[in-house]
Design a protein. Structure first.
Length: 286
């Protein structure tokens, strides 16, 4: 499952869903949580269920952001959307792996009811939205069998902390830099995809590109998006360039030609086993 770009779409908006499907995003996240008003939750569930029932061909993975476990709404969400065609759910405001184990049991039951193979629906987690969650990031490793990705969010965490701001000139303030880094470490430790958070200003393509390049440099494999115009930039920035692919291929071929070597000279520089592992990851992402 490729997860470079994951585009949020309000689950109750037919117009926005139609536009999002042509965006080129690797995954659409049909939202039943924050972008849907309380009195429209049932309508959003019904709309998402109809999309799944349509069976229309698609080039993107179908995710649904359900409501948080403590809202009392998540079981109604799952009852409506767990059916053939659903690829994954995004769990918000999770407090740790115990929440994911709970959702795993729910999904077992709903998949059985829908006649789906057990484990068909994967789970992605917004893993940093509460203070408690920050102390439980280690719990995701080893990963639950359904876990596909961890991402993070600064807005709900800021609200939980009572912060007046979470950004300053140049980027996130320190507590949110910590949340970002810890999410990256937790995802890699669990051997699932680390996904960076949204770039909230969708009218700032230069800033988005700058953030994406910094993010990929640090180890993130993809990014959440809130507007279709962000998708092309995200896809481009998180994909290896032709030069990177060619360099990675030279590293892999050189080590294959020299079995047992711990370090080799390539393109005028010494490379060793960590470089080989990075090259293999680059080629696997193509």
């Amino acid at each position: 499952m490729k997860l470079r770009s994951l585009l949020f779409v309000p689950g109750d908006s037919e117009r926005k869903v139609a536009k999002a499907q042509a965006s080129g995003a690797d995954a659409l996240i049909l939202d039943l949580e924050d972008s849907v008003a309380p009195d429209r939750k049932a309508e959003a569930r019904a709309h998402v269920a109809r999309l799944l029932d349509s069976g229309a061909p698609r080039s993107w993975s179908f995710f649904v952001r359900i409501n948080a476990l403590d809202t009392g709404l998540s079981l109604d969400d799952l009852a409506a959307v767990v059916k053939p065609g659903l690829d994954g759910v995004l769990v918000p405001k999770a407090n740790g792996a115990e929440d994911i184990a709970c959702f795993g049991h729910y999904l077992d039951a709903f998949e059985t009811k829908a006649g789906m193979p057990l484990g068909a629906v994967r789970i992605a987690v917004v893993a940093t939205e509460t203070a408690k969650a920050m102390f439980a990031l280690h719990s995701y490793a080893p990963a639950h069998p359904r876990l596909a990705a961890l991402t993070w969010g600064g807005e709900d965490l800021a609200a939980a902390l009572g912060a007046t701001e979470n950004r300053e000139e140049g980027g996130w303030t320190f507590p949110y830099q910590v949340a970002r880094a810890q999410c990256l470490f937790a995802a890699v430790a669990a051997e699932v995809a680390p996904i960076d958070t949204i770039h909230a200003d969708f009218r700032d393509p230069e800033g988005l590109e700058r953030d994406c390049r910094r993010s990929r440099r640090d180890g993130f494999l993809g990014r959440l998006a809130i507007h279709p115009d962000q998708v092309e930039i995200i896809n481009r920035c998180y994909a290896p360039s032709e030069a990177e692919i060619a360099h990675a291929r030279r590293i892999v071929e050189a080590f294959a030609a020299n079995p047992g070597a711990g370090a080799l000279g390539i393109d005028g520089k010494m490379v060793d086993i960590p470089h080989l592992k990075a090259a293999q990851k680059t080629l696997a992402s193509v």
